[in-house]
Design a protein around this ligand. Structure first.
Ligand SMILES: [Zn+2]
Length: 312
């Protein structure tokens, strides 16, 4: 009798294990919000939703407007932060239990200083982060967040944070940065390049695509970061600050000024070959579409720095 009971118990356990495994496989196909909702259904679903393999990567970038209402403009985005967002982040961080190594924010999410710290506290093993596009984080908060992300290896800096303060904080707390990207909307200036030479000496990959930068900043990066292997400058506006006014420099000019070993490290667009470059230099308001901005944010010619599917 005892044996029968034990055998029935074993079958039940096997069934439970099988159910758990199937649930985890299904949850792996869902987005973060769906898994968070599924975790509230019952005990067994909640247990499955806590499986660490579901939380290696938290990708909020693919969520549609049903999750984050698209703001009409950037100013409206600033009003988006809410109690609901804090509750959502707390719940997701509780499920992930600190196992996340890659975190990608949504383009439209607006985080407060408190929410930014909350996220950093819940992701102590983070190696790669794509910061939110909108935000207004104080210098102290950027420093606190970076102190909590000491394992960080790859970061995408957006116009939502001060690139310069972030670099200073990285210099203090994150000694393993090998990949960095400044996304569209940022200016990559000489002071950033100098700070990088000091604070991210192990940097191998840099993307400053679709940003405004200068010959001096580029020179500084190529000259002083000795481990640098690739610099993506596709679609960027490279200004020559040696001249009064704005003079754009193209790859032919960079070839003339930089040593061949430096030019070899550059990923660039040939003059006139790219519609994005042509439109980017056209300042007519009607040629400045808002639409593709979100896509541009997720693209990169360097695969490890892209986080949206690449156009074929
Ligand atoms: Zn281009």
């Amino acid at each position: 009798m005892k044996k029968m009971k034990s055998s029935a118990g074993n079958v039940r356990n096997t069934n439970n294990d099988l159910m758990h495994e199937i649930l985890v496989k299904i949850f792996l196909c869902l987005n973060v919000v769906d898994v968070a909702v599924a975790s509230l259904v019952c005990k067994s679903w909640n247990k499955a939703s806590r499986e660490p393999s579901l939380w290696n990567k938290i990708d909020l970038s693919t969520l549609g407007s049903y999750c984050f209402r698209k703001p009409l403009n950037k100013i409206e985005a600033y009003r988006h932060s809410s109690l609901k967002m804090t509750q959502f982040l707390k719940h997701v961080l509780d499920l992930s239990n600190g196992s996340t190594t890659c975190l990608i924010f949504n383009f439209y999410v607006y985080l407060t200083n408190e929410q930014f710290i909350l996220v950093a506290q819940g992701t102590p093993k983070l190696k790669r982060v794509v910061l939110p596009e909108t935000g207004d984080f104080s210098r102290g908060v950027v420093e606190t967040v970076m102190s909590l992300w000491s394992c960080l290896e790859s970061i995408t800096i957006t116009s939502g944070v001060s690139g310069y303060y972030t670099l200073l904080a990285i210099g203090k707390y994150c000694n393993n940065i090998t990949e960095m990207k400044f996304s569209q909307g940022c200016y990559f200036e000489e002071k950033h390049a100098v700070a990088m030479a000091k604070h991210t000496p192990k940097l191998k990959i840099l993307s400053i695509r679709t940003v405004a930068t200068s010959v001096k900043a580029l020179f500084c990066v190529l000259r002083f970061l000795e481990h640098l292997e690739k610099v993506n400058i596709c679609h960027s506006l490279i200004m020559d600050t040696a001249y009064p006014g704005t003079v754009f420099v193209d790859i032919r000019e960079l070839r003339r000024r930089f040593p061949a070993s430096s030019v070899e490290k550059l990923l660039y667009c040939e003059r006139g070959s790219c519609l994005r470059c042509i439109n980017g230099r056209d300042t007519t308001p009607s040629r400045q579409p808002d639409g593709p901005y979100e896509d541009i944010w997720g693209e990169d010619e360097i695969t490890s720095l892209a986080h949206l599917p690449q156009p074929s």
